[in-house]
Ligand binder design. Sequence first.
Ligand code: NAP
Length: 249
Amino acid sequence: MQGRHYLVTGGSAGIGLDCVSLLVDQGARVHVVARGQSGLDEVKARFGDAVTTVAADLAETEAVDQVARHLTDHQVTALDGLVVNAAKYGFRSLSVSPTSELQAYFQVNVISTIQLINMALPRLRAGQGRSIVCVSSTLSTRPIAGTGAYAASKAALNSLVQTYALECATDQIRVNAVLPGVVDTDIHEPQTDQDPPRAEKMAALGPQHPLGRVGRVRDVSSMILFLLGEQSAWTTGSLYNVDGGISLV
Ligand SMILES: NC(=O)c1ccc[n+]([C@@H]2O[C@H](COP(=O)([O-])OP(=O)(O)OC[C@H]3O[C@@H](n4cnc5c(N)ncnc54)[C@H](OP(=O)(O)O)[C@@H]3O)[C@@H](O)[C@H]2O)c1
């Protein structure tokens, strides 16, 4: 991966940040997308010239154009891999979900993914790594009550990964997804006064996984790195559970 270029969305925290770290360790140049400038500034301070950062909110329809302009401004004409990792997550019963909220889930988790992949494809054809990895969720195949919009959007994501795998195969561009179980990241910070503290939530959810614990970011980022790399050269259209076995119970 030395000197190769990768685009990672949601690369300022959690799973995405650990991907950036693994890629930089391999000698890659990584272009990082997130909304918050302060998180991006920390990424820049930590990784220096190995990264460029762009603040863009993938809930906005013009965000991908912003990312494209950023790549052009930095003379990034070839990409070796794309990690579509940023997502909208939350809880609300489908029966009371406002239309605007449903649209926001699908804009961030589905439509912006299509926009990102379409924007990246010419650059991926010009690169050598030719791999796209999307971060889905075990909830996409095994929803729980209250996660309907998120789960449905991630199920759509799984489907589009497989369609792109077929459509991009002639260019030798591979498209795969990872489906994490519960991973201890900021996504689990309490969203309302009724939510338990994150540590308490993680302690309760760990034993529900057959392997007896919640995930660590490295559990998922190492699978993403494998799917970006040449060791997975004959793998496309695959949906990998990385979940401590929770999708089996
Ligand atoms: N953690 C889990 O238990 C779990 C389980 C299954 C699947 N996943 C999936 O794993 C992926 C990463 O989640 P995580 O747990 O690592 O989350 P996280 O720690 O909360 O990090 C999310 C990252 O995405 C960025 N982001 C969020 N919304 C964005 C938007 N609208 N536009 C651009 N960037 C945005 C965040 O930065 P800003 O806030 O500054 O934008 C941050 O860099 C997501 O696709 C999630 O659905 C996570």
